[in-house]
Design a binder for this molecule. Structure first.
Ligand SMILES: Nc1nc2c(ncn2[C@@H]2O[C@H](COP(=O)(O)OP(=O)(O)O)[C@@H](O)[C@H]2O)c(=O)[nH]1
Ligand SMILES: [Mg+2]
Length: 354
């Protein structure tokens, strides 16, 4: 698998907005797991530790991996309690996309604002996910307006809730103007998004003016990436992790719209006092970032890395750019639901024991 198929995404947001349930639903929809766990039952994949089960909210940032239509998605479910935010902020170097999850029934609070601003400062591509649309269909429009007000007019829906409670309507990939949404025309939403994206590309803009809104997602791909990188567009998705509404479209958006490692804004590293960028495709010595270290009661010390560049799979000793000491990499595992899988691939979120 090349880095073109890899997506690294952090699900962040205030506690209780449904991040853990959403990650669980996405694992289920993509057939990574066969049983859908629930936070209340203490059987979700990412809230697996005793404390998270006891308190019924995530205490650690937990990575999982799933496959979807030839894409490998590395998700990190994060804690949203204000006092645990340090654990969330520290994983940002491991991802290109920050997905801010909001609860359809609540207004935007300080934690969400802080996370949005932090992701912006870190030059992450961003999206906003409005969850629990099954519970609060009457509050969705007001929340969308609030998002625009608090985060800016570049936050534009890529899909909209349907009048049927368990459905979400695509406004980007294959928009069908016949479909009726809860509050705005599909055409209107599509046009707003395309208008925003084509501003990134003058020649496409000319074509667009001649061609109307008939630009294909393929034509829009590059300007869309640029718009995401520069914060010129922030897609908004509606979902319900409870009913699964919008989850398929969310996976499609993550795969086809959100950036692969090279398309995001990879953090610059320092070499001999100079800022250097990393060419992920180059076969040079391995560069990795330890974004989290755990002490696991069964496994011992567990470091979680994100690799920016991997020279070769079987070497056991790596000099890690951000680690103070040399770590001995004994084995790799990727967090694929609860299975352990050996595979050192480029830009995967990877754990290692030592
Ligand atoms: N009705 C409804 N409840 C949800 C939805 N998503 C999550 N919940 C509930 O919201 C609560 C908090 O969910 P959780 O996933 O722990 O939120 P987190 O703290 O952001 O990870 C739990 O009781 C979930 O069952 C949803 O889409 N609809
Ligand atoms: Mg959680």
């Amino acid at each position: 698998m090349s880095q073109h198929e890899i997506r690294n995404i952090a699900f962040v947001g205030q506690t209780g907005t449904g991040k853990t349930s959403l990650v669980e639903r996405l694992l289920f929809e993509s057939h990574a797991i066969n049983n859908l766990g629930h936070v209340e039952d203490g059987d979700t994949i990412t809230d697996f530790d005793d404390q998270s089960i006891h308190y019924q909210h995530s205490v650690e940032a937990t990575p999982v991996t799933l496959s979807w239509h030839n894409h490998q998605m590395n998700f990190i479910d994060t804690p949203g309690q204000a006092e645990l935010l340090g654990r969330t902020l520290s994983i940002f170097p491991a991802v290109e996309t920050s997905a801010l999850v909001l609860d359809a029934g609540s207004s935007i609070n300080q934690v969400s604002e802080r996370l949005f601003q932090f992701a912006k400062d870190q030059k992450k591509c961003q999206m906003v996910i409005i969850n629990k649309i099954d519970q609060h269909p009457d509050k969705l429009l007001a929340l969308l307006e609030e998002i625009e007000q608090r985060f800016g007019a570049q936050c534009l829906p890529i899909n909209l809730p349907s009048q049927k409670p368990a459905e979400v309507i695509d406004c980007y990939f294959e928009p069908n103007p016949e479909q009726t949404t809860l509050f705005s025309g599909v055409d209107e939403a599509h046009e707003l998004l395309v208008d925003q994206v084509v501003e990134m590309d003058e020649s496409l803009m000319e074509l667009y003016l001649e061609q109307g809104s008939e630009l294909t997602p393929e034509q829009l791909h590059d300007p869309f990436e640029k718009a995401l990188r520069t914060g010129h567009v922030v897609p908004v998705c509606f979902v319900s992790s409870d009913t699964g509404a919008g989850c398929e479209l969310l996976l499609r958006t993550l795969a086809e719209i959100m950036p692969m490692p090279d398309e995001g804004n990879p953090p610059m590293l320092e070499k001999n006092g100079q800022q250097v960028a990393i060419d992920c495709d180059k076969r040079d010595h391995t560069v990795a970032h330890v974004y989290k270290v755990n002490v696991d009661p069964y496994m011992g010390k567990l470091a979680m890395y994100v690799f920016s560049r991997v020279k070769l799979p079987r070497v056991v000793s790596y000099s890690l750019v951000t680690a103070v000491k040399r770590l001995k990499l004994v084995t790799y595992i990727t967090c694929r639901a609860r299975n352990v899988m050996r595979s050192p691939l480029l830009k995967r979120v990877i754990c290692a024991y030592w």
